[in-house]
Design a protein around this ligand. Structure first.
Ligand code: S3P
Length: 442
């Protein structure tokens, strides 16, 4: 499809150079809107990610009765309705491509005595919702879904929500957050016991808004989170730091392109989000942290990354929750490394915006890289360079699309993607930002 306006080609164009800031963190942006909507009074948000996923969440809380407006200076203001105060929406809530928006809002609505229809695009309609609906039903919500528990579905929230103790069977911050958001409306203690800690933005933001949340260690890698229900959430200003999952693309592009020297400003360094930086450092990437500071309750730093030689490594399964969204772009880095990289325990990648385990393998194979999916592991044979020349099917998945373009920036021959449109779900300015660093995307 040579003239398809949705396609885009990345070509090698020398070193990347410059100083850029990735957009606001997607996870924190969703939560800022949702907790702002559940607080009493006005929450001001700076640096909100204005990507389609987050805009759909803004639309959903609006449909449920919160007032949400964006100011000309980029600030967002949310007038909340209080815990349990959502009003029944007139139509279905449409979460587009976003599992996070949908699952978190299922939790937030489950604690309110209203019925709401939830829907999404073809990708979201394929993703499992049963994992979230089960604990929400224990809390007292009722759901009507097709037999396989996928969207579209209708959820009727609990009239008298019951506090539960929940031990998720998968490491998922979305699942944990859904239960905590529903637990806000229940009297007494809602407890989530994680055997592997996942991103803790919901817990941190609940505490920021004045809820009583306790976090205790659980086993070697886990946490026990206890929330006291029925708080009055008090609006607090929120500064959204730059998203490490978006910064990952220019970071890897610079690390694999010889001669590059790029500074990524204000990247969030929450340890439960930093697995990619740890892994790239183990691979020998030159990443310096400059000006470490606090922003919006999170440690952030400017990251200076220089192009160089990488070596293959083994990435343990225990690291997966801290870099779950970064495997496609790590796999691209692995292709440019010398030696084999083994990424273990990637089962959850199969149920992301696309089957990312298969999609990542396809992306690499289409560009002449030797790759193997062995059970839940991904094995990439790095040769220090990649041929490229492939046409990559993005399967409605923004991270596959951006990872393929990163590959084309450094490979011998150009790499083309079939569809750029989903990039706007998480990183609307991606193409311009990369061009600003010197990338050839056309
Ligand atoms: C997210 C959690 C992760 C991640 C997603 C954002 C969140 O999903 O993949 O992009 O904001 O809670 P899981 O928690 O289901 O792994």
């Amino acid at each position: 499809m040579p003239n398809d306006p949705a396609s885009l080609t990345a070509r090698r164009n020398g070193p990347l150079q410059g100083r850029v800031r990735a957009p606001g963190d997607k996870s924190i942006s969703h939560r800022a809107l949702i907790l702002g909507a559940l607080a009493v009074g006005e929450t001001r948000i700076c640096g909100l990610l204005e990507g389609e996923d987050v805009l759909n969440t803004a639309e959903a809380v609006r449909a449920l009765g919160a007032r949400v407006e964006s100011r000309r200076n980029g600030e967002w203001r949310v007038q909340g309705v209080g815990v349990g105060g959502f009003a029944e929406p007139a139509g279905a809530l449409d979460f587009g491509n976003s599992g996070t928006g949908c699952r978190l809002m299922l939790g937030a609505v489950a604690g309110c005595p209203i019925a709401a229809a939830f829907d999404g695009d073809a990708s979201l309609r394929k993703r499992p919702m049963r994992r979230v609906l089960e604990p929400l039903e224990r809390i007292g919500a009722h759901t009507q879904t097709s037999s396989d528990g996928r969207l579209p579905l209708t959820l009727s929230g609990a009239r008298d929500p019951i506090p539960i103790v929940f031990e998720p069977q998968v490491a998922s911050a979305q699942l944990k957050s859904a239960v905590l958001l529903a637990g806000l409306a229940a009297p007494g203690e809602t407890v989530v016991i994680e055997t592997e800690a996942t991103r803790d933005h919901t817990e941190k933001m609940l505490a920021h808004f004045g809820a009583d949340v306790r976090i205790d260690p659980h086993g070697e890698l886990g946490r026990r989170i206890t929330l006291i229900g029925q708080p009055e959430l008090a609006p607090r200003p929120i500064m959204v730091p730059a998203d490490p999952s978006s910064a990952a693309f220019p970071l890897v592009a610079a690390a694999i392109t010889p001669g590059s020297d790029v500074i990524l400003e204000g990247v969030m360094l929450n340890p439960l989000r930093s697995g990619l930086i740890v892994t790239l450092a183990e691979m020998g990437a030159s990443i310096e942290r400059l000006g470490t500071r606090k922003e919006g309750g999170e440690e952030v730093a400017d990251l200076r990354v220089r192009g160089g030689t990488l070596r293959g490594v083994e990435v343990p399964a225990a690291r997966a929750p801290a870099m779950i969204d970064e495997y496609p772009v790590l796999a691209v880095a692995a292709a440019f490394a010398e030696g084999t990289t083994i990424m273990r325990g990637l089962k959850e990648l199969r149920v992301k915006e696309s089957d990312r385990l298969a999609g990542t393998a396809e992306l690499l194979r289409a560009n002449g890289v030797t790759v193997d999916v062995a059970g839940d592991d991904l094995v990439v044979k790095g040769r220090g360079r990649a041929m490229g020349g492939g046409l990559v099917a993005t399967h409605m998945d923004h991270r596959i699309a951006m990872s393929a373009l990163v590959m084309g920036i450094a490979s011998v021959r150009p790499v083309k993607i079939d569809d750029t449109s989903f990039i706007a779900t998480s990183f609307p300015g991606f193409v311009d930002l990369m061009r600003g660093l010197g990338a050839d995307l056309s």
